[in-house]
Design a protein around this ligand. Structure first.
Ligand code: FRU
Length: 492
């Protein structure tokens, strides 16, 4: 039975969400049907379609009692909205259905495993959110909550772990048909930690082990964990909160991949390498799934918690997901590339090959706000101090990517992109590749840019809230550089 809370959300979004013109949304990035979105949830392939759920508050563009919104796609680019899947309407989740994931049951139904939040007065008089895990079972549109009680709660936690920070289950099916899930918890000595659980049927769960933990090194708490095998390595992906800046890691929230090996018999994960997943501004709460063709595909919330005060002006939605990315491991590091479905959306191609650039240059046919742009930059000798790509530009606005070959820094600057608030607008990264040539693939989609460096060895992602008329793309060399520019229009 759909509850009144769910029915109300479904009626509201059907009326107000459906009224938002397509032109007021990005062309191939998922936004909430109406209102607020944060983490993507339940990313899965079920009954012939990709399903993407999301943390959702339909009634305003701010975080409120969490529902799960729902959309489906056959190509990971075009999303059709389905009615909201979950609402905070049972005793264990009355204050929110937080993040979670999806798996298929042997009888063909879909299982959603999510964090159920219940606000409770504590013995000291303070009110705290108690976090437990609950299930919902459905047919891809309607989901029932079969139990009144959570399937995982504080009794499942190892000693010293907090019942207030226990969330974001990521479930997967084992080859023998049983289920495993990784969750985040907070231990007295471990700090943020990734906890492994196991279940024969998806409903009765038992604690297995601590896979890895922050221990003060990677933030105070972790969120949105994922755990999967990839190209012969094991990846544990988490979102540390309140990191201290050092090396490539910036302050605050980010996503890191702990890459290593895993012994599935003794459940021992050995960390070998830690990598920052995205070096831009807006990237958090990743979730992956395995496509029917075997690809490991990742989505994420294309937003930073620290930046939510600035929103697209006049829009009735807030929050979007990244263009899904295929993941691979090369030389012990994760490589990210846009899903190949994007290539199938390629329209007209414009190519300018090996152009010698000095000063500011506009190129015939290069511009727009929805495009797949590739730029290959080879500085001409030591005199090339900087090379800048100016995107989404008009007289008053621009977003720039500046490459400084001498320091190998790539600087993303969106301070002229139409924002009103004093949030982070500038980030830079050190290009890892030692090659003389820097190759960039830049996905533009109205309100965002996603930059893939050197075939996806590094990425930088950011939202831009620039007026749609700001369509100019220009190039400028301080010194001289040889540049190849290739742009594909996208037919979506
Ligand atoms: C991450 C997060 C999750 C939580 C959800 C609540 O962005 O804080 O840990 O489940 O958002 O909306």
């Amino acid at each position: 039975m759909d509850s009144t809370t769910l029915q109300k959300a479904r009626a509201y979004e059907a009326q107000h969400g459906a009224a938002i013109p397509a032109a007021e949304r990005p062309a191939y990035h998922l936004t909430p049907y109406i209102g607020w979105m944060n983490d993507p949830n339940g990313f899965s392939f079920y009954q012939g379609k990709y399903h993407l759920f999301y943390q959702y508050y339909p009634y305003g563009t701010f975080w409120g009692p969490m529902h799960w919104g729902h959309a489906v796609s056959t190509d990971l680019l075009h999303w059709d909205y389905l009615p909201a899947a979950l609402a905070p309407d049972s005793p264990s989740d009355k204050d929110g259905c937080f993040s979670g994931s999806a798996a298929e049951l042997p009888d063909g139904r879909q299982l959603l495993l999510y964090t159920s939040v219940r606000r409770e007065e504590q013995p000291d008089g303070k009110t705290r959110d108690v976090q437990t895990q609950s299930v919902a079972v459905g047919d891809g549109i309607h989901y029932e909550k079969p139990f009144q009680t959570p399937v995982l709660d504080e009794r499942h936690l190892p000693d010293g772990f907090s019942r207030f920070d226990f969330r974001d289950p990521k479930i997967w099916q084992e080859p023998d048909g049983s289920y495993s899930a990784v969750l985040v918890g907070q231990g007295k000595t471990e700090g943020g930690a990734a906890l492994l659980f196991h279940s024969a049927d998806g409903f009765r769960w038992e604690y297995v082990t601590i896979l890895d933990a922050s221990r003060g090194e990677y933030g105070v708490m972790w969120e949105c964990p994922d755990f999967f095998e990839l190209d012969g390595k094991q990846v544990l992906m988490v979102g540390p909160m309140e990191m201290q800046a050092r090396d490539e890691f910036h302050n605050g929230h980010c996503v890191i991949a702990l890459i290593g090996s895993y012994d599935p018999v003794n459940h021992r994960f050995v960390r070998e390498n830690v990598q920052l997943m995205d070096e831009g501004i807006d990237f958090y709460a990743t979730q992956t799934m395995q496509a029917p063709d075997g690809r490991r595909i990742m989505t994420a919330w294309m937003q930073a918690w620290a930046g939510i005060s600035d929103q697209p002006h006049g829009a009735k939605w807030f929050g979007q997901t990244i263009c899904p990315r295929e993941l691979h491991i090369r030389d012990g590091r994760l490589i990210q590339t846009p899903v190949r479905e994007l290539d199938a959306a390629h329209g007209a191609r414009v190519l300018h090959e090996n152009v010698l650039m000095e000063g500011e240059t506009a190129l015939e046919g290069i511009g727009g706000r929805v495009a797949d742009l590739r730029v290959t930059i080879t500085p001409e000798g030591k005199e090339c101090r900087a090379f800048t790509i100016k995107l989404a530009a008009d007289g008053a606005h621009s977003t720039t990517l500046t490459y400084e070959p001498r320091t190998r820094r790539l600087i993303l600057d969106r301070s002229q992109a139409g924002f009103h608030q004093d949030i982070v607008h500038l980030r830079s990264c050190t290009v890892h590749s030692q090659s003389d040539t820097l190759s960039l693939r830049i996905l533009l989609d109205r309100n965002s840019i996603e930059v893939f460096l050197n075939g996806g060895e590094q990425t930088m992602t950011a939202c831009i809230y620039t007026p749609p008329e700001a369509e100019r793309i220009t190039f400028a060399a301080d010194g001289a550089a040889r540049v190849t520019v290739e742009q594909y229009a996208l037919h979506l």
